[in-house]
Design a protein around this ligand. Structure first.
Ligand code: CUA
Length: 316
């Protein structure tokens, strides 16, 4: 797991469980060693000067020097270069962590007081146990039912707030089969400290096998099927699947499209936009249409909303 390099991370950071860990720990090491170096340099120099230039007699002036431009430029420019270097190290890691690869395996997460539920693409569902394949990018698309939570997997070096009424996401690629911990890191009430889940990393074959069995065990419909049944019950009167315009925009090719709104602004159709358009349709109205759709806030379960989004995504 660890590539054997000597770093403080071996001493006080958790085991490196994902492809991010090496980079995060490198950034951590750089910041820590730079801080230790300058702490010692400054404190030693300070002690030396305090002693060397101490006042020995009443009225004694310790030095005639009151200014040194060269010195001041040096101690400004060198730290500036160092903090720019730290920024580059951190920013590269941040950008990499912020954008999931397009082919990531997507798992939906619902957080609530005080448990985690995970929904897999085939309809399988787990409570307080996240099962993921090793050596494959996994994207978590997350939402909360009640209050703010935050999903944190220390060994993967990933953490992201989970917010009611919107989707946030993170991704990681676990290195090898093992078990680790997932915790909530946003104070969310009495049992916040018990809001834990197990993360089980399986190799590709074992994962495929597990997710099939898990689905059969729960006998749940896949999200897309849930979405289809909701669509057939309530959406199909106004939204077509073949591109024809009835009362409202068609779902065909909708996901990922840029839509122009009545006020001329452009909105990319993504998870959050669809969710908002289901729960509060009048928030953004596509140009050429009138706001006749009723809000579905409270009428649809999280599973049904996720299902509808998956269904709309599939209408290519
Ligand atoms: Cu959920 Cu703290």
């Amino acid at each position: 797991m660890n590539d054997g390099t000597i770093g403080l991370s071996n001493f006080w950071l958790p085991k490196q469980g994902s492809t991010f860990a090496k980079h995060v720990d490198f950034a951590w090491d750089v910041v820590t060693w730079v801080s230790i170096f300058f702490f010692l340099l400054i404190v030693v120099a300070m002690c030396f000067f305090v002693y060397r230039y101490r006042r020995r007699a009443e009225g004694e002036k310790t030095s005639t020097v009151d200014h040194n431009l060269q010195l001041e430029v040096t101690w400004t420019v060198i730290p500036l270069a160092i903090v720019i270097g730290l920024f580059v190290v951190g920013f590269r890691g941040y950008v990499n962590a912020a954008v999931a690869p397009g082919d990531a395996y997507e798992i939906r997460v619902v957080a609530q007081k005080w448990s985690w539920t995970f929904f897999y693409p085939n309809g399988a569902k787990t409570l307080n146990e996240l099962v993921v394949p090793a050596a494959r990018p996994v994207k978590l698309t997350m939402s909360a039912k009640d209050v703010l939570h935050s999903l944190y997997i220390p060994e993967f070096r990933v953490k992201q707030d989970v917010v009611p009424g919107t989707y946030t996401s993170l991704w990681f690629e676990a290195l090898e089969p093992h078990e680790t911990a997932l915790e909530c890191t946003e104070y969310c009430g009495k049992d916040h400290s018990n809001m834990l889940a197990k993360v089980r990393v399986l190799d590709a074959a074992a994962f495929a096998d597990w997710v099939d069995k898990a689905n059969a065990a729960f006998a749940n419909l896949p999200p897309e099927k849930v979405g289809e049944s909701v669509y057939n019950k309530i959406c199909n009167a106004c939204h077509s699947l073949d591109g024809t315009i009835k009362v409202a925009p068609s779902f065909k090719g909708l996901f990922g499209k840029q839509e122009e709104m009545g006020d001329g602004s452009k909105v990319a159709v993504d998870d959050n936009y669809i969710r908002e358009s289901i729960l509060n349709p009048n928030a953004k109205i596509v140009k050429g249409f009138s706001g006749v759709m009723p809000p579905f806030q409270g009428a649809l379960s999280e599973q049904e909303i996720n299902g509808l989004i998956a269904f709309i995504k599939a209408q290519k």
